[in-house]
Write a protein that binds this ligand. Structure first.
Ligand code: SF4
Length: 598
């Protein structure tokens, strides 16, 4: 199996077709894996991520757009302007499959255009088109406008809104109006290149190596997905926000900028409440049998809105993180983030940080343009999204992300991040393995490098004691390796609730024709994770950065089922490095040889 690559130089307005050979594809697969390989080989260390030297890679994988379940996804890889380390983000919707139907697996964007442009890719043919009339517009108008201009309603998009154009460090790239490659500021890199959108249309088919084999494994896989309590019932019925009550009941629902893990009115924003109030329909990414997406509508003033979501993470970041339990305001803010192209996790978390700074007296009232920045104010979360995208007034500070914001106002300890990326919706003081996962994530604070919530809270594939540290290092490593593979194939990680590594290996072999064992599958994930680590090591990250905010390490949880707990990172970190074959946050020479990386 080879990968078809389109290299686009925006400075020179040139394009070139290339092939990733079979050997390299089998070593790095596609998606996140091939993205980091290209970035590691081609990017000079320590470049400014918002300069024309950075590269922005859109990568599908061997599974994208095939019958492999939940394969309607793509990955974006770059150097992050938010963290200075690896920037990467996964996105659902329909852009990934369409790119493959157009005959392309990977698009590498280099340089920077002088004036706003968009790329129009039709069945492998590429055109540069002026985007002046879309510059300044939201993502939704951009998608509609380009479809009308090109007279094809089936065009799919990866595009940015004003946040990306204005280099907001938490800007996202949006597909299908509501699906976001949200994390690590990838939208700002696209904005720095003056690339408004990639519009793609393909009419071809995606070949698989063994169609009969794929059909056979699919039968079992779909049965497992349907029978699984999470993928067959919880997610399709209530969406990802089914987790709100579960995590709150465990006392790990980060509230008011992680000051506590209990939000008494969490149920007002839960998936169950959403289903009874604002839910209009359900929606799936391309070809997904799980369909966790929500279509929602708020009809009562002042937050009337039509759109999708909110998801679990956004329900939290725009809600409990800021002490807000107004589901209508959360849904409105969620849609504003999608329309303007902002990562709602980092945005909400940065507003929560600002609220705490304000209540500490660190941010003067006159900076706020009349806005009341206290915890619990729903108006603030909606209003600031606009100001952030346009960098208007105090929005210019929120656009920096929480780490820079808290440093600017003299209280760096208030920013709840790891490696500069805002933490998501689980307080790890009562979920020890998840704390280790946050701390060792290559891209920074993230629940999607290793999802220890599955074993520690949900009890899948087996129940682990969330308060204990023993044995967690090996679990985190295995999750990180499997998720590296999901992001490289590229398929949705929710599959892993129902399908273990054996099944994922069988599906991989059927689409690629490789003859992998489960061990090969995991070793390839290990290789990809380790190469990402080499990338961030080269940028200056090491053991000192594999850490968490001091609040989570030193301040005991004040109440609830996790009362008195902190993350005991010291008890897990050396074990983790040992199982990875790393020393002080860096892979050893022996490990690199073992993984064929030197
Ligand atoms: S499970 Fe949800 S996020 Fe994953 S591919 Fe399906 S619809 Fe998209």
């Amino acid at each position: 199996m080879k990968l078809n690559v389109l290299r686009v130089n925006l400075t020179k307005r040139r394009t070139k077709k290339e092939i990733v050979d079979e050997k390299t594809t089998e070593k790095f697969v596609g998606g996140r894996g091939i993205g980091v390989k290209i970035l590691y080989d081609e990017l000079k260390p320590k470049i400014n991520p918002l300069s024309s030297e950075n590269k922005l890679i859109f990568a599908t994988g061997p599974a994208t757009g095939t019958a492999f379940p939940a394969s309607g996804r793509f990955h974006v890889i770059t150097k992050s302007p938010l963290t200075g380390g690896i920037g990467d983000s996964n996105c659902g919707g329909d852009f990934g499959p369409e790119l493959r139907f157009a005959g392309l697996d990977v698009v590498i964007v280099e340089g920077a255009a002088e004036r706003p442009v968009y790329l129009w890719i039709k069945d492998g043919e590429v055109k540069f088109r002026g985007a002046k009339k879309y510059w300044g517009k939201g993502v939704w108008d951009t998608e509609d406008g380009i479809r009308e201009e090109l007279k094809d309603p089936k065009i799919r998009f990866a595009s940015i809104g004003p946040a990306g154009e204005n280099l907001v460090l938490t800007a996202a790239i949006i597909n299908d109006k509501h699906r976001a490659a949200g994390r690590t500021g990838v939208g700002a890199v696209m904005g720095s290149k003056k690339l408004k959108a990639i519009a793609v249309r393909g009419t071809g088919e995606v070949p698989v190596a063994d169609p009969d084999g794929l059909r056979n494994v699919m039968k079992d896989s779909l049965k497992l997905i349907k029978e699984n309590g999470v993928t067959g019932e919880g997610l399709p019925t209530y969406g990802t926000a089914v987790l709100v009550n579960v995590i709150n009941k465990h006392g790990a629902y980060p509230t008011r900028n992680f000051q506590t893990g209990v939000f008494p009115t969490a149920d007002k924003t839960s998936g169950e409440t959403m289903t009874k109030t604002i839910l209009v329909d359900k929606k799936a990414c391309w070809g997904c049998p799980i369909a966790c997406g929500r279509v929602s509508r708020v009809t009562t003033p002042p937050y009337q809105t039509d759109g999708e979501g909110p998801e679990y993470e956004t329900t939290w970041s725009l809600g409990a993180a800021c002490g807000i339990d107004d589901l209508n305001a959360i849904t409105k803010a969620h849609n504003v983030c999608d329309e303007l192209g902002i990562d709602p996790i980092s945005y909400g978390s940065t507003v929560a940080c600002a609220m705490e700074l304000y209540e500490m007296g660190k941010i003067p009232k006159e900076k706020l343009g009349g806005l009341e920045l206290k915890f619990g104010n729903p108006q603030a979360i909606v209003e600031l999204a606009w100001r952030t995208a346009y960098r208007s007034g105090f929005g210019d500070d929120i656009a920096l992300g929480s780490k820079r914001l808290a440093e600017k106002y003299g209280a760096p300890e208030v920013a709840m991040h790891s490696k500069g990326l805002e933490l998501p919706a689980y307080d790890p003081r009562g979920i020890q393995g998840h704390g280790l996962a946050y701390a060792t994530s290559n891209r920074g604070g993230c629940h999607l490098r290793a999802y220890m919530i599955a074993p520690e809270i949900v009890g899948m594939p087996e129940k682990l004691d969330p308060f204990k540290t023993e044995g967690k290092a090996a679990w985190v490593k295995t999750f990180q390796d499997i998720f590296s593979m999901c992001d490289s194939l590229v398929v949705c990680k929710f599959l892993t609730f129902a399908l273990n590594a054996d099944y994922l290996t069988k599906l991989t072999n059927a689409v690629t024709g490789w003859n992998w064992s489960t061990e090969d599958f995991l070793r390839t994930g290990d290789r990809i994770y380790t190469l990402e680590r080499m990338f961030i090591n080269r940028e200056g990250f090491g053991r000192k950065d594999d850490t968490l905010p001091v609040r989570l390490l030193k301040t005991p949880m004040p109440e609830g089922p996790c009362k008195g707990l902190v993350v005991k990172l010291d008890e897990m970190l050396d074990d983790y490095y040992a199982v990875r074959g790393w020393k002080d946050g860096k892979p050893t020479r022996k490990k690199l040889k073992e993984l064929d990386l030197v």
